[in-house]
Design a protein around this ligand. Structure first.
Ligand code: ADP
Ligand code: MG
Length: 348
């Protein structure tokens, strides 16, 4: 295992992967046949797949294919894997077009679209800013970057118009300035989870749940009963602020300031960055959960709405029919859109 994967794994155990809790049984409910469960370390987090109603051998083969698909996508879209096309782009001199896989173009164009609709709050080109903050570094940071380094990035970024990422025909893409680098951390996991569920479906698995840190995807049910999902309290690791009973084909993603963070001088610094400010987003929210039809959209929107904050975030959602949100304000108050499915939600 590469060292960075190992320490990301520790983060996964203690930090990530804790946004949702799987509630296996409601009080008083009779014990149903348990789902088959397998967990692996992928994309810097613990990914678990549960399947129900398929014979063990078939389920294992299907899960193997789903994990392999996620690993393939990580190999293409991670900026921490030196051989990935994303690293290739980030390491190359700026300005020239490079041919990349069509799949990468499609994720980048979705990222750019949400970037535009969010007025730049969602920004897949903020790689160099993410590097400065280093939330994915080993050991994790304990202090913010030097103000000079941030100022230099800001000035450079201001010289680059628009998103700084340009697409051209024949799957070509270029980064237009040194302040721009691809960071698909807010969208690629959602895409991978979506593809993994498609692999399960093709292998004949009708009832499944995939939990990849902040990204969850469900299909069908658990023996005719809904999948019970608990949303973790942003400030109490063993508290649950909402319980969702979900069936059918649905995606759920959460972005929060409690996944990867450090405290310095009493201030919380976390990994969701406001590209305009150049630091951790301070929009008045601790967490955003999005329910959507697919995981890519849920993943990107949870990050985008987090950065935009309540009022602009809810306005952005209007442009995504079928997407629903639950927001947790900094004071703990919760706000949810009318269609957000939660059996029980209470302010922490
Ligand atoms: P996670 O993937 O850790 O569950 P998110 O989906 O909210 O959480 O994505 C956060 C990741 O997205 C960061 O680690 C970083 O890679 C990237 N990111 C941070 N800020 C932004 C932003 N404003 N726009 C797009 N991506 C971002
Ligand atoms: Mg996200």
């Amino acid at each position: 295992m590469k060292p960075w994967t190992r320490w990301l794994g520790w983060l996964g155990l203690f930090g990530l992967g804790m946004l949702f809790l799987l509630v296996s049984r409601l009080p008083g409910e009779p014990e149903a046949e348990p789902p088959l469960l397998e967990t692996r370390l992928l994309m810097g987090t613990l990914v678990s797949i549960s399947t129900w109603g398929v014979e063990e051998k078939q389920a294992e083969a299907a899960m193997e294919q789903a994990f392999a698909e996620m690993s393939r996508i990580e190999g293409m879209m991670s900026r921490f894997i030196p051989t990935s096309p994303v690293s290739g782009l980030n390491d190359a001199p700026r300005g020239a077009f490079h041919t990349v896989p069509a799949e990468l173009i499609s994720v980048v164009s979705k990222g750019l679209e949400i970037g535009q609709l969010s007025g730049g709050a969602f920004d897949i080109g903020l790689g160099p800013l993410s590097d400065l903050w280093g939330f994915s570094r080993e050991p994790p940071p304990e202090t913010p970057p030097a103000p000079d380094a941030l100022k230099k990035w800001r000035e450079e970024r201001d010289r680059t118009p628009g998103p700084g990422i340009e697409l051209a025909s024949d799957n070509r893409l270029r980064l237009t300035g040194p302040a721009i680098g691809l960071d698909l951390g807010g969208i690629a996991k959602g895409y991978a989870v979506e593809r993994a569920m498609e692999m399960l479906r093709q292998a004949g698995v009708v009832n499944a749940l995939i939990n990849a840190g902040g990204d969850m995807r469900i299909a069908g049910s658990k023996g005719g009963k809904p999948w019970h999902i608990g949303l973790r309290d942003p400030r109490k690791p063993d508290g649950v602020v909402a319980v969702m009973d979900l069936t059918g084909s649905k995606a759920l993603a959460t972005s929060g300031d409690y996944e990867r963070f450090f405290m310095a001088d009493g201030v919380r610094y976390h990994h969701i960055l406001d590209p305009k400010q150049g630091g951790s987003s301070r929009s008045g929210l601790m967490a955003v959960s999005i329910q959507a039809a697919d995981s890519l959209t849920a993943d990107a929107l949870s990050t985008a709405v987090f950065v935009l904050g309540e009022s602009a975030g809810l306005a952005l959602l209007q442009q995504f029919p079928g997407c629903e949100a639950l927001l947790i304000r900094e004071d703990g108050q919760m706000v949810q859109t009318p269609g957000f499915v939660a059996t029980r939600s209470k302010t922490p």
